[in-house]
Design a protein around this ligand. Sequence first.
Ligand code: ADP
Length: 192
Amino acid sequence: MFNLILFGPPGSGKGTQSEKLIARYGWKHLSTGDLLRSEISRQTKLGKAAQTYMDKGRLVPDEVVIGMITSALDENPDANGFLFDGFPRTPAQAEALDEMLQKRKEAISVMLALEVSEEELVKRLIKRGQTSGRSDDNNDQVIRARIVEYQTKTAAVSDYYKQFDKVVMVKGEGSVSEIFERLCMEIDNRLN
Ligand code: ADP
């Protein structure tokens, strides 16, 4: 089984690249952002609680997203691999994920970390806000809050995986297909 974490700040292209990777490798895509937005659109209790954080650009509490990922792993016992997108976003989430995988006699294969300059990130998020319909992409203050959450809470997740030598930096600027080829090269080097 191949278990990939696609890592990077908001706007680094995780969602776009995840779709292409899933199409090529057939893994199960687990995006906590997508799972949360689905809870919100179904107006579940979890969704309503999560929305108050997401609207402010804040991270949803660890126990909520950890619970969602635990269920998703349980629901997909036959997957040939998982692509984690937007998770883990705190060191506590990373430790919980390692434990969940260990219980299944699995482990993270690699973390591919997309590197994009802050200037480019803000540009992309504002542009996405014009078409995505996502309210958190439509407000400068919320975009800035998400970047601060990334810097203060999420950036440390790559340090967590660095201690196990699992982090590979990938240049996240250029065309979508150039970035995709860079990611595939790193994955193909590690398959089998
Ligand atoms: P982006 O990467 O562009 O910020 P996402 O769809 O991954 O978009 O996340 C949208 C929002 O959902 C985040 O700003 C955060 O509020 C919430 N969220 C997503 N994943 C997590 C997570 N693993 N932990 C906490 N909050 C999360």
